[in-house]
Design a protein around this ligand. Sequence first.
Ligand SMILES: [Zn+2]
Length: 272
Amino acid sequence: MKTRTRTDPLTSAVEQGVPLLVLSPHLDDAALSCGAMLIHASSRTQVTVATLFTEAPPPPYTLSARRYLRQVGAPDAQTLYSQRRAEDRAALEPLGITCTHAGLTEAQFRRRPHLGTPSVWARLLPELAHLYPVYRLHVISGHVTPDDAGTLRLALELVIRLAGRGLVLAPLGVGRHVDHVLVRTAAAYSGAPVVYYSDFPYNLRHPADPGFLQRHGLIEMNWSRQLRGKSGLIRAYRTQAHALFPGGRIPLVPETYFFPGVPAGSAPRAPR
Ligand SMILES: [Zn+2]
């Protein structure tokens, strides 16, 4: 696969000291997908990693959420998210990166708005009170439900407030997790200059959304530097690394970024 590292707008912006705002749906996505670029950029410019979904409420939880908590060995979601916020700061702040935690609730735990006191049915079956009750059917459907419009509005307000004069890095939503798609949508509507990153490790098994690439005229750039340093960064997210990489082997694959436009002398790559 051809790699361009010299003329793309992301590398150029970093070399010119343009501030980067990296939008991370969850407390690991920026490191997973952009860790090598973060290591490179943090020594050259101001980098902020803004993580949007950084909270989970007390029980009751859906069956999918309970399975997830068991998988990562967490006693409850609030304890887990407290650990995950601490991991994020411990991983990124030594690089000089500013961490912002937006305090939105992750999709697996997001409840329907304006329900007031849960009904007896919702207490018996927590799925009834949740926006995305079943992981495979809803959380990774790629479909943000209209009932979740309030979350999209909050995400959009946050991106507009933080974007400033810098360059925004946003997830492409590979793997179709609704939180990733929601952040992508907020970035696209923010009016800020956006470079999209391919969501690792989900991109090892899933393709990018060809419709989104075509609508936004996006072309691909691969980034292969600093990959060994990136492994250490990912391992710092201890509560997640084991579940994401059973056996502890993290594949060293180039990071992939997508940006709009056609650089002089280049032809756009066909969407994958
Ligand atoms: Zn994520």
